[in-house]
Structure formats: C-alpha cells, structure tokens
Write a protein that binds this ligand. Structure first.
Ligand code: ADP
Length: 463
C-alpha cells in the first residue's frame, strides 16, 4: 500500500510533490483534537474570531502569487484564473468574518406573564469537509470560513489531485493565529477517509463538494450518527438564449461560463438552448470566438484553456463527444485528440457541437470539459422543459431583454442558482447551491452560515 500521494502537474504529467497519506490512527487523533479544541474555540468571542479570520484572509491575499502558482501546478488551471480564485477564496473569509458578529438569536413574546422565551444560535461542533480538485482554494474557504466564524472547529480532506493549496491555506490560518486544532487537514483517498469521518461520533457535520454519487454515499453514511450535511454536487447547467437576446453579449457570457477552468466547474454551462430564429447567427459567432481560445500550460500567461485534470476526465469527455457525433451531432469546431498516456497529460480542445438531441449522453450527464453542445427551441415552454429534464438543479442561465420572458424563466426553471443575462453568478455574499440531485444546503451569503449553527430554545418560567 502506498503511503504517499503523487501530485501531478496535469499540463505535463510531472510530479510536483509527494504528500504523505495521513494514517487512519492519526485521522482519529485529529478528530479528537478538533473536538477538544471546539470547547475553547466556540468560547472565543465573535469579535475575536472575526479578527482572526480577517488576519487569515490578509495573509492569503499577501501570498496571492505563490498560492496561484501552486494551484496552477496541481490543477492545471490558467494562472490568471488561479489568481482570481485566490481573491475569490479570500472573499468568503472576509464575508464570514463579518457574519461572525451577526449570529443573532431572538426573544419571543411569551404566552404568560410568568415566562420568557429566548432563542440562541450555537455552533454545531466539529465539522469535517471533503473538497474537490476544481477549486482547491475556494471550496475550502467557503466551508472553513463560515464554520470557524460560527465557532465550529474544522478538518478538511482535500482532493488527492490538489492537496497542496489546501495545505498552505491551513498553514496560513495557523500563522494568522487561529489555533492549530481548530483548523486542520488530513490527506488521503476519499474512499478511505470518508468512512472515518462519517463513522465518527465526534464529527457533527459533513460538508462536501463533489460528485452526486459520492454525496449520496456520504449522506447515507452520516445517518447513523445523525450528522448535519451540506452537499454541493453535480450540475448540468442549461444556457437559454431567447429570441430577443443580445447575441454578442450572450456569446461572451457563454464563453466565460463554459470555458473557465477548461469547463470543469459544476456551474459551467453544459448545454446551450438557443431560439431557432437566431441559432445560426449565435453558433457562428460563438464558434469564431471559441477559435480564438488558446490551449496550453496554465503557467503561460496567454493560456485560456488548460489541460483537463486526468485521463479519466479526458476519456469521459471524448466519449460524450463521440456518442453525440455517432447520434448525429455536427462538430462546428474542435474535437481533436491531444494526450500522452505515458507522460500523463490530457488536453481537450474547446469544442462546439450543433444538432444535438436529448438522446445524447452529453445532454444528460455532466461533462466537466470544454465542450458546448447547441440545441434549438421554438417556444419558451419547450426550453424550460428541456432545461428541467435532467436530475440536476444547480445553475441555469437565460438571456433575454424581455421582462416577461425573464420572469417566466425565473419562475419555471428548477435550479438553485439563476443567471439572467449573467454567466458568472458566484459571489461570497450570495447563496450558492442546488436543488434535486445537485445537493442540499447553501454556501455563501447569510444562508451559508446557517448550516453550521444549531438553534437552542430557552423557556424561563416562574417569573
Ligand atoms: P471527481 O470525480 O470530480 O473527482 P469526487 O466526488 O470523486 O469527484 O471527488 C470529490 C472529493 O470526494 C475528493 O476529495 C475525493 O477524494 C472525495 N471522494 C471520492 N470518493 C469518496 C468516497 N467514497 N467517500 C468520501 N469521499 C470521497
């Protein structure tokens, strides 16, 4: 059994660093330490916790360049995106540093003069997080920041592909003065660490971002000890372009939504539904813009689209393209093979498909790659029906300047996040999360701290 994990640069296949797998006994020890630390951290006053979080954020921002470089090395994303992610990750800490001071309770008018009713909010306890490789910094901080702000202690297992960014973030938290046992990381494979987290009585909450099957498993395994769960799972975002839409704008937003991080985000547009009257113009414009995207090593400043994370991702994406083509889709641009199994790097070149239909896998399964299938619709009702036809309900986008059409989409699309003339809706101060099989709970905004607190009700009698 291997006791280290090799972290590879997905652009070259080279080993960036080897990290030690945390032995099971040490994970148990870390859980004990986290539970013990809860007793003191939860008693630190909210203003002090807030100040420590701000210090953590300041240290992260001061290290933007080196954090971004590590992130690009382990995840493959272009450096400019990694820099953006560092700022985005810090913005969650800044937001929850403020929210720490606003965990208000309430008093309730009693039904008799001899009673008083008081409601308080308390941290749930030790929180265990499992995070994915596509946003190694932001997925960690948007869990850690509300947890720590609420007074919970926190332990994270980053994705085995991208542990380095998380490890540095935890070190920076300690340098900022957050107690070592209040925020910890462990390294290992999900299938080994997951059960230790879910079986532990000390862990009171599991927060997870990743695939839907793993989310279901974690939720099931959390039932035995009745843990709180937050699940941010897969998506299959539709991007609807209505007949009246500003086509130039919709093209730019579709580009930003789809090709960021080589299409490996859970809210990436996974399919474009465009009104048939403007389909040709939209497809032509989109394709000519996609042709300008530069594929390459994320460390090179002019790279727009980096490699995909690994061979498994590469094969899945290409299988979806091939399935679509076999069933009649037309490749407007892209679809070229570019991998080296021996070295271990995998590039998927931005691809645009048209003439796609519901029977194709790409219209049902999450792609997690830079491929944009385009389909058409005639009536808005039809667009909604297609959009809602998957088990997912994370993000949906629609482009229209007609307010009736916009409100129709807003009211009928079954998704947790909507972008109306907006392909980039994520923000620390807004609630992010899905419905249906895309998950449970919200991250960001005031909603994002609620999953880390319990409500305690006190009834005082005999007054
Ligand atoms: P992806 O396929 O995008 O890598 P996963 O859901 O497999 O998505 O991975 C997201 C995170 O979940 C990673 O940290 C991974 O280690 C973890 N993970 C994978 N399988 C399991 C499992 N069976 N139990 C707990 N965590 C898991």
């Amino acid at each position: 059994m291997s006791h280290t994990i090799k972290v590879n640069n997905p652009a070259t296949g080279e080993v960036v660093r080897e990290v030690a797998v945390t032995p099971a006994a040490d994970i148990e020890k870390a859980l004990k330490a986290g539970d013990e630390a809860f007793k003191s951290w939860s008693r630190v006053n909210a203003h002090q916790r807030s100040a420590l979080l701000k210090e953590w954020s300041a240290k992260i921002k001061a290290e933007t360049e080196s954090l971004a470089e590590v992130m690009t090395l382990e995840s493959g994303k272009p450096l400019k995106e990694s820099r953006g992610e560092v700022a985005y990750a810090a913005s969650y800490i800044d937001w929850y540093a403020e929210e720490a001071k606003r965990l208000y309770g309430r008093t309730v008018p009693a039904h008799t003069e001899t009673k008083r009713i008081i409601v308080t909010k308390e941290p749930v306890g030790l929180v265990a997080a499992i995070t994915p490789w596509n946003f190694p910094a932001a997925m960690m901080t948007r869990k850690a920041a509300p947890a720590l702000a609420a007074g919970c202690t926190f332990i994270v297992k980053p994705a085995e592909e991208t542990p380095l960014t998380t490890m540095r973030l935890v070190e920076l938290a300690h340098e900022a003065g957050i107690p070592e046992d209040a925020v910890q990381y462990v390294n290992g494979y999900g299938k080994d660490v997951g059960p230790i987290f879910t079986d532990s009585k000390l862990v009171r909450k599991i927060t997870f971002t990743g695939s839907t099957p793993v989310g279901k498993l974690l939720m099931k395994n959390s039932a035995a000890t009745m843990k709180h769960v937050s699940m941010e799972l897969g998506g299959h975002a539709p991007l609807i372009v209505a007949k009246d839409a500003d086509i130039d704008f919709a093209v730019e937003q579709a580009l930003a939504s789809k090709f960021r991080n080589a299409g490996q985000t859970c809210i990436c547009a996974n399919r474009v539904l465009v009104h048939e009257d403007i389909a040709q113009e939209f497809s032509e414009q989109l394709t000519s813009r996609v042709k300008q995207l530069k594929v390459g090593n994320g460390l090179e400043e002019n790279t727009d689209v980096g490699p995909v994370i690994n061979g498994e991702g590469y094969e899945k994406i290409n299988r979806q393209i091939e399935d679509a083509v076999n069933k009649g889709a037309k490749v407007l641009y892209g679809h070229q093979y570019d991998k080296d199994d021996e070295k271990g790097y995998y590039f998927v070149h931005p691809t645009v498909l048209e003439n796609v239909g519901a029977e194709m896998d790409i219209m049902q399964e999450e792609t997690f790659g830079p491929v944009l299938p385009i389909t058409t619709f005639r009536e808005n009702e039809e667009a909604v029906e297609i959009a809602n036809s998957t088990p997912f309900g994370l993000a949906a986008y629609f482009f229209t300047n007609d307010y009736r059409t916009g409100i129709y989409f807003q009211e009928h699309l079954k998704f947790g996040i909507l972008g109306w003339n907006d392909g980039a809706p994520s923000a620390a101060h807004a609630p992010f999360g899905g419905v249906k099989e895309s998950g449970i709970g919200r991250e960001g905004g005031p909603e994002g701290i609620e999953p880390y607190v319990e409500t305690k009700y006190l009834s005082i009698g005999g007054i």
